[in-house]
Design a protein around this ligand. Structure first.
Ligand code: UDP
Length: 328
């Protein structure tokens, strides 16, 4: 039986495929390659197509004995989502509804869902716990919350069990340096600062230095992409062994400001990073830091690359070897 990974050619999805192969799982990957890279898929059976295409999805389910789904395929940019919310609803929500409908049709009853800290919006207390208020401050977070709600009802009506993982800021790259982050255009902080270190950009713009934080810049909780992928393996195990639905945060529980991240990149790379202060990015909460106690306690999740320096070092290895991403 196989594990279907949607969005398996994307940044997090490709690291997931690598871990599943390492764990000797049979893997089927689906990706429309709009954002993903075929070269990032280190194994498994690959299908090129879109989850909104019913005939395509049916073919994937018909040709494979799918036991469980790990669902990454989605748009994930906060800024873009505020400018074009319907694009986000269409891709994120419609795709997932199609996928769930197909799972129901083929009797597949396990899904690990890639959710986000953006479901919380501006938090009432920090660190954020799973039972904190969910009030997204951008359409991206709204689409993920809408899916979490659909999952709850699909569970009670059809017995589809889910684990929803609310990621904080995924960062870093595979320890081998073979796969890593490659977005075009790049919008994420760490790869952008590394591009400055590589001389591919002149400076990094800090989106706002007037937030109510110790240095005025936004605080985020960075988690290594392989630690994130490992949490999905544990989630899958729990669905197989216990068949219980749950929601977990995934972060390191430590917040770093944008300025602190830039300084850390400067230290790791030995390059002085030029910065410029810009306007706030619409939809950005000031502070997002997770409590991941629940997944540590219930699933025995133990992050390995849990300090910012190590996370940046793995990303730096990837970017140095692949200055033009998968093209190089
Ligand atoms: N950020 C920034 N300049 C950039 C990119 C990001 O100041 O060029 C900030 C952004 O406002 C946020 C943090 O860095 O506070 C992390 O942003 P990223 O896009 O990496 O992840 P997100 O928090 O949106 O998931």
């Amino acid at each position: 039986m196989s594990v279907l990974v949607t969005g398996g050619a994307g940044y997090i999805g490709s690291h997931m495929v690598a871990e599943l192969i390492e764990a000797q799982e049979d893997v089927v990957v689906v990706d429309n390659l709009e954002k993903g890279h075929k070269e990032a898929v280190l194994g498994g059976k690959f299908y090129y197509g879109d989850l909104r295409d019913n005939e395509f999805l049916d073919k994937v389910f018909k040709e494979n004995d799918i036991e469980a789904v790990i669902h990454f395929a989605a748009y994930s940019l906060v800024g873009e989502s505020t400018g074009d919310p319907l694009k986000y609803y269409n891709n994120n929500v419609v795709s997932t509804l199609n996928l769930l409908t197909k799972m129901k049709e083929y009797g597949v009853n396990k899904i690990v869902f890639s959710s986000t800290a953006a479901v919380y919006g501006e938090p009432e207390q920090v660190p954020i716990r799973e039972n904190s208020r969910t009030q997204p401050s951008n359409p991206y977070g709204e689409t993920k919350l809408a899916i979490e709600k659909a999952l709850k009802w699909a569970d009670s009506a059809y017995g589809i069990k889910y684990v929803s993982l609310r990621y904080f800021n995924a960062a870093g790259a595979h320890i081998s340096g073979k796969i890593g982050e490659d977005h075009n255009p790049e919008t994420h902080l760490i790869p952008i600062v590394l591009q400055v270190a590589l001389g591919k950009r002149e400076y990094v713009t800090i989106f706002g230095d007037d937030y109510e934080t110790h240095d005025g810049t936004c605080i985020r909780d960075y988690i290594h992409v392989t630690d994130l992928a490992q949490a999905h393996i544990l989630a899958l195990k729990q669905l197989r062994e216990k068949g219980e639905s749950s929601i977990y945060n995934l972060g390191n529980g430590q917040g770093f400001s944008v300025k602190e991240v830039i300084n850390a990149v400067g230290e790791v790379t030995g390059v002085k990073i030029r910065t410029e202060i810009g306007a706030r990015r619409h939809g950005d909460p000031a502070v997002l830091v997770a409590s991941s106690d629940k997944i540590k306690k219930e699933l025995n999740w133990k992050p390995v690359y849990n300090d910012l320096r190590t996370i940046i070092e793995t990303a730096w290895k990837w970017h140095k070897r692949h200055p033009d991403g998968f093209k190089s």
